[in-house]
Design a protein around this ligand. Structure first.
Ligand SMILES: Cc1cc2nc3c(=O)[nH]c(=O)nc-3n(C[C@H](O)[C@H](O)[C@H](O)COP(=O)(O)O)c2cc1C
Length: 202
């Protein structure tokens, strides 16, 4: 099989990309508007970028009507955010926050998700998240225009909160305790429960 992405509608390209580029980690992103209304939404176009300076990225795309997502609207007002990581225990809560709520209505309040204050940024973090990266907006890179066009969002990481409950005896994260979920295509997700090790060539 061979697909010509230049000839497919963006929605079909999206379906093919999300069912082949996997598993994808999930950034559960909290933001805040200038008048203090919080927002929480998951994004699986998400990656670390580099450690010097500490940087990550995630990608809110426009809605099918071509509108900016609430996350982007908030970042344009308050250029700060928190990326919370999603363990299996919080998968359903995370999924609920993908609902489209009217702008200004908080997923924290709507779905009863406990928030904890951040240290360096205004948006709160998810209290039960095992890892939370406090970030300031480094830059947007805009790709495309209209429906499904991207606001690639680069963030400078300032503080990271790591729950003691996910640490091993060596003080490092134990992936079994972290038990994160990743996204596959459609409605499918994956857990980091199966692992194997490979020795790096010298
Ligand atoms: C697991 C998961 C991953 C998602 N990844 C993305 C993504 O990478 N980019 C995106 O624009 N929307 C993504 N979505 C959809 C958004 O979460 C959804 O549009 C949400 O309503 C956006 O919220 P906001 O308008 O409050 O910013 C994802 C949804 C789920 C459940």
């Amino acid at each position: 099989m061979r697909l010509d992405f230049t000839a497919l509608p963006p929605r079909d390209v999206y379906a093919w990309m999300t069912s082949t580029i996997l598993p994808r980690p999930i950034a559960w992103v909290s933001t805040i508007s200038a008048d203090g209304k919080t927002n929480l939404a998951p994004f699986s176009f998400f990656q670390g970028v580099c450690s010097n300076p500490p940087t990550l990225m995630f990608v809110p795309v426009n809605t099918r009507d071509g509108a900016k997502k609430d996350t982007v609207r908030n970042l344009e007002q308050v250029p700060e955010f928190v990326v919370n990581l999603v363990p299996f225990a919080l998968a359903e809560e995370m999924n609920r926050t993908a609902a489209t709520l009217p702008y200004g209505e908080s997923e924290f309040d709507q779905f009863g998700i406990a928030a904890a204050p951040s240290e360096k940024v205004r948006p709160p973090r998810v209290a039960a998240a095992p890892v939370a990266f406090e970030c300031t907006l480094d830059r947007f890179v805009h790709i495309g225009e209209g429906p499904l066009a991207a606001h690639v969002t680069f963030g400078r990481i300032h503080v990271v909160h790591v729950s003691d409950a996910v640490l091993g005896p060596d003080g490092r994260v134990d992936p079994a305790k972290l038990d994160l979920v990743g996204r596959l295509g459609g409605e499918l997700f994956v857990r980091t429960t199966e692992r194997f090790a490979l020795k790096r060539p010298g």
